[in-house]
Design a protein around this ligand. Structure first.
Ligand SMILES: [Ca+2]
Ligand SMILES: [Ca+2]
Ligand SMILES: [Ca+2]
Length: 129
């Protein structure tokens, strides 16, 4: 019995050793259900956490300064229909959804590693991490 257990442990070890190296990739950080893709809910959950982190003055909105270049002026204007100079969370998440769709050319509702690495995918990641 002891021998068998030792064999199982030695098989498990190399797998465990891989985890820290992979934890840094954006896909791993954005994929809590570990299905290998990022869906819109996962993207929005990450975006919501980032929004709270960026909102330094905790007024529930992000101004251009708090966004620190994550959104260009044209997108900012389009994402901010009430033109108050700030994005609230629902405006921010609408922009995330827009970029998500742009990054999903095969329209399957999920982003795989390749889609995340595309220019549109990288633009989306700026709003998530
Ligand atoms: Ca997933
Ligand atoms: Ca703010
Ligand atoms: Ca896709």
């Amino acid at each position: 019995m002891t021998t068998r257990r030792t064999v199982l442990l030695s098989l498990a070890m190399p797998l465990a050793a891989l985890v820290p190296a992979e934890a840094a990739s954006p896909l791993k950080r954005l994929d809590p259900d570990k299905d290998g893709t990022v869906d819109l809910n996962e993207a929005k959950a990450a975006a919501s956490a980032l929004f709270d982190k960026l909102d330094r003055d905790h007024d529930g909105t992000l101004d251009a300064k708090e966004l620190r270049g994550r959104v260009n002026a044209k997108e900012f204007a389009a994402a901010n229909p009430d033109k108050d100079g700030t994005l609230d969370k629902s405006e921010y998440l609408a922009l995330v959804e827009l970029r998500f769709r742009a990054a999903d050319p095969d329209n399957d509702g999920t982003l795989d590693a390749k889609e995340l690495a595309s220019p549109a995918g990288k633009a989306l990641l700026k709003l998530l991490l």
